[in-house]
Ligand binder design. Structure first.
Ligand SMILES: [Zn+2]
Ligand SMILES: [Zn+2]
Length: 66
């Protein structure tokens, strides 16, 4: 079986998508639908959190405090 490019699939739901952003907590590249929230922590750093990590209160608090 030929190796398919994983670049166009979400690492959380496995669905093909056009837009991905890496979750800063599990490091998975997730699609818009799987991303819970994102924000600019500073002028240069942008952080995102996926829905899986959002359910973990420790990670959620970490994201909100960033
Ligand atoms: Zn997804
Ligand atoms: Zn995550």
């Amino acid at each position: 079986m030929p190796k398919t490019k994983e670049s166009s699939k979400c690492e959380r739901c496995g669905k093909p998508h056009y837009y991905f952003e890496p979750c800063d907590y599990c490091k998975k590249r997730v699609c818009r639908a799987c991303q819970k929230s994102s924000k600019n922590a500073s002028k240069t750093k942008r952080i995102a959190i996926c829905k899986t990590c959002w359910t973990t209160s420790k990670k959620r608090k970490n994201f909100l405090a960033a």
